[in-house]
Design a protein around this ligand. Structure first.
Ligand SMILES: Nc1ncnc2c1ncn2[C@@H]1O[C@@H]2COP(=O)(O)O[C@H]2[C@H]1O
Length: 230
């Protein structure tokens, strides 16, 4: 019988949680997962829905947010491939801790809770990656808490932009985010975020182009956010 070698890249390529799996286990995970597509603006799930699956994002971007009783949103994070979301309610067998909306057209794989738990029980090594992912989430939450105490709003806007710019070393970094999304992420009103952006633009640290922000001086934003120089 002809043996099929695993593809050099598959649907789980780059996803840290599945990185240490044997090729045939990866193939079983892929076979058990259900492909999903979400249009820009579509909700993947809302807070307090039953947590029924782990979502592996393959393409697009998803905003994770909480909604206040007034309807105001606070964006906790923007998830991009090859990241996962929905692990919290799977692990504590509870409801979704936040809502998630596609902010670009997305493709994803959904792994049901029973399939995920079966995978964990038969491959306990996966717990290393699960713990790393939870540790990373706790670390980010700690940092966000500290930012709300120690940084003023322009500082939080600067830090949000630096985070969105990621590790890029490019001289100009384009961020596909409008100012209300940025306000939801930085935890401020649209008006005060607009003022901060205007002041950064007048200093030559960025410019706005319609719904995008082009960062031209990440180092200056890092300094404004009180982050160490690299
Ligand atoms: N503060 C946060 N920062 C980043 N991601 C989060 C945060 N809170 C929740 N999430 C993600 O959003 C998901 C919401 O559904 P879950 O609780 O199943 O799993 C959650 C995590 O994957």
């Amino acid at each position: 019988m002809e043996m099929r070698l695993p593809e050099p890249g598959d649907a789980l390529t780059g996803v840290e949680m599945f990185a240490g799996l044997e090729p045939e286990v990866r193939q079983r995970v892929i076979a058990a997962a259900v492909p999903r597509t979400y249009r820009k603006g579509q909700l993947l799930f809302v807070e307090n829905d039953p947590g029924e699956s782990l979502i592996v994002l393959r393409r697009g971007a998803v905003a994770v947010f909480r909604t206040a009783p007034t309807g105001e949103r606070a964006v906790l994070s923007v998830i991009r491939p090859p990241d996962v979301l929905g692990e919290v309610s799977l692990l504590d067998a509870s409801t979704r801790s936040a809502s998630a909306e596609a902010i670009e057209d997305c493709t994803a794989l959904a792994l049901s809770r029973p399939a995920f738990m079966e995978l964990v029980h038969s491959n306990p090594r996966i717990l290393d990656a699960v713990m790393r992912s939870l540790g990373g989430l706790i670390r980010r939450l700690t940092e966000q808490n500290a930012d709300h105490v120690f940084l003023d709003l322009p500082g939080r806007v600067a830090k949000t932009l630096v985070r969105l710019a990621g590790e890029s070393q490019a001289p100009m970094i384009t961020i596909e985010l409008n100012q209300s999304q940025l306000a939801e992420m930085a935890g401020g009103s649209r008006q005060s975020v607009n003022q901060a952006i205007g002041s950064f633009a007048s200093r030559g640290w960025l410019r706005t182009e319609g719904r995008r922000i082009v960062v031209t001086d990440v180092a200056a934003l890092r300094r404004r956010a009180g982050m160490n120089d690299r």
